[in-house]
Design a protein around this ligand. Structure first.
Ligand code: AMP
Ligand code: ZN
Ligand code: FE
Ligand code: FE
Length: 282
């Protein structure tokens, strides 16, 4: 069975490879299909598709959309939607506006913590239109405030750390419904990051999202250990959600994660994409 990757970032958000280089890497790895899932933007899809056509890789239109749950920030992966859908474009534009507001507040926090970084310096590290926390981290290293990106996250930028500001984003149910309306298949990314604690709490959230149109759950993700994957896999089965997986490849921005293989535990068959397509809004 040919292998695929359903979760990868480019320079259009916080990855280090351009869409073209990412798709070429997928071809070199022998992947049959690759979903390009930048944070809150579709900017890389056209280039990725064009490269895929010549490199012999099926490029799946994707996006990792920032969304809100009462428990915190959720990431909703979207696959196979109509990339020209106006309502989806408007939803993503709203999320990007929320990001810009959040980034202003993070600059204020960092200044108040006596580790200021220039807005221009942060933007210099962001090649595409999306400015995300890894770009702040790179700017903090360049400014000499910390030695490594890791330190920048641990001390300042990680969820709950001193300079962390939550991105104001639309409710996850609205994002899920928007993806379905655009003909796509919405999947909840790396559920562990929600840190809901109990299985019952996950069940409640997943049932609500399923009601809104969720079709899959990202069971295999490098951040989730075998026990967590077993639990999320069972929940996916119970709620009739497709079990998916992906590497969450970011290139040099996230060392130790390989395209198509993640930390060595990711191995997604082409059939997963077929299951998602069968459940998509088209
Ligand atoms: P943002 O969307 O701006 O909140 O940034 C999210 C991105 O930051 C994720 O996709 C990861 O690439 C990165 N990230 C989040 N938490 C960490 C962490 N603790 N250490 C390193 N990178 C992280
Ligand atoms: Zn990222
Ligand atoms: Fe994510
Ligand atoms: Fe991601």
């Amino acid at each position: 069975m040919p292998r695929i990757d359903l979760h990868a970032h480019t320079t259009c958000s916080d990855g280090s490879l351009t869409p073209t280089d990412l798709v070429r890497r997928a071809a070199a790895e022998g992947l049959a299909a690759l979903a390009v899932t930048d944070h809150d933007t579709l900017a890389g899809l056209e280039e990725a598709r064009a490269t895929g056509a010549t490199a012999g890789v099926e490029v799946i239109d994707g996006c990792e959309v920032t969304a809100s749950l009462s428990a915190g920030v959720a990431h909703v992966l979207a696959y196979g939607f109509d990339p020209r859908d106006r309502d989806l474009a408007a939803l993503l534009a709203r999320v990007r506006a929320g990001r810009a507001e959040r980034n202003r507040r993070m600059h204020e926090r960092l200044a108040a913590l006596a580790v200021p970084v220039d807005e221009e310096e942060v933007e210099r590290h962001a090649i595409g239109s999306i400015v995300a926390r890894p770009h702040f981290a790179a700017a903090m290293v360049a400014a000499g405030h910390v030695d490594t990106v890791r330190q920048a996250f641990d001390r300042y930028l990680a969820d709950g750390a001193a300079a962390y500001v939550r991105t104001p984003a639309p409710p996850a149910t609205e994002v899920v419904a928007g993806v379905v309306a655009a003909g796509g298949a919405p999947v909840l990314a790396h559920p562990r990051s929600l840190r809901l604690g109990t299985r019952a709490a996950y069940r409640r959230v997943l049932a609500e999202l399923r009601e809104a149109g969720l079709v899959g759950l990202e069971v295999d993700h490098p951040s989730q250990d075998p026990t967590q994957r077993a639990t999320f896999g069972e929940l996916a089965d119970e709620l009739d959600l497709v079990r998916t997986g992906g590497s969450d490849f970011h290139g040099a921005s996230k060392p130790g994660i390989a395209l198509g293989r993640g930390d060595g535990t990711i191995d997604v068959p082409y059939a997963t994409w077929e299951r998602l397509q069968a459940r998509s809004g088209r």
